[in-house]
Write a protein that binds this ligand. Structure first.
Ligand code: ADP
Ligand code: MG
Length: 230
């Protein structure tokens, strides 16, 4: 599903440059649930951005679902992001002036789905994330856990095979964090969606099949295969 080959990412800055990922090799299989861990600044978010085609490597290849992302043009990469990947962020990134339903509908509307189809799909997604009855609420009228579930529903709108979640429980209390993890785990197990999740929370990481540990832009440990479910 995901293959990084000798991937480096160098950020150019006024004061010189900074290497956020150093010739990294990573393989993630279809249907895996992966936790990415490591200290702050170790390259976790950078890694997720490269896998999701939000950014390009300085060198090396990023291959997702057979597609070499660094060989796509801008337009192809945008289409890849919109249709193949669902993104979930720590701060939810919902649009505050739109209702829950409108936020969830965004990717479908951007893809010019017919109105009737959007409506039924949004209802279905609200049900899937256990938010029925909240469709007309604005993000400010929802709890953090509910907002994150709206964000997950939006990530699912285009039926992606891959969810990339950057500290999805980072702003949530224990109970809401657990609900969000359970939801991601269910999507992984029941829908077969590959999940790559950055987390600081050791307990959250236990939900995953495998932990990839980064330090200073390098993979220092991969493992825990088979501990939980496989
Ligand atoms: P993590 O998510 O593990 O905390 P990041 O991937 O966000 O780490 O960042 C890794 C390193 O790369 C950090 O030192 C960060 O300051 C640097 N970095 C990330 N993005 C940029 C950028 N756009 N420009 C310059 N440096 C960046
Ligand atoms: Mg980060």
């Amino acid at each position: 599903m995901i293959k990084l080959e000798q991937v480096s990412k160098v950020f150019a800055m006024e004061a010189g440059h900074f290497t956020a990922l150093k010739q990294t090799d990573i393989r993630i299989g279809n249907g895996e649930f992966i936790a990415i861990m490591g200290p702050s600044g170790s390259g976790k978010s950078t890694l997720l951005q490269l896998i999701g085609g939000l950014d390009l490597p300085t060198s090396g290849s990023v291959i997702v679902d057979g597609v070499t992302l660094n060989q796509l043009n801008e337009k192809e990469r945008t289409l890849f992001r919109r249709t193949k990947v669902g993104f979930v962020f720590q701060n939810y990134q919902l649009l505050p002036m739109m209702t829950a339903a409108e936020n969830i509908a965004l990717p479908l509307a951007a893809n010019r789905a017919p109105k009737s189809e959007i409506k039924s799909r949004v209802q279905r997604l609200l049900r899937d994330v256990n938010l029925e009855g909240n469709e007309h609420r604005f993000p400010s009228q929802l709890s953090g856990g509910q907002q994150q579930r709206v964000a997950i529903a939006r990530a699912l709108a285009m039926k992606p095979q891959l969810i990339l979640a950057d500290e999805p429980t980072g702003n949530l209390d224990r109970k809401n964090g657990r609900d969000v993890l359970q939801l991601l785990s269910r999507l992984n197990k029941e829908e077969g969606i590959t999940v790559v999740m950055v987390t600081h929370d050791q307990q959250a990481a236990q939900t995953a099949d495998r932990i990839i540990l980064l330090r200073d832009g390098e993979v220092v440990q991969e493992g825990q295969e088979g501990v939980e479910r496989r």
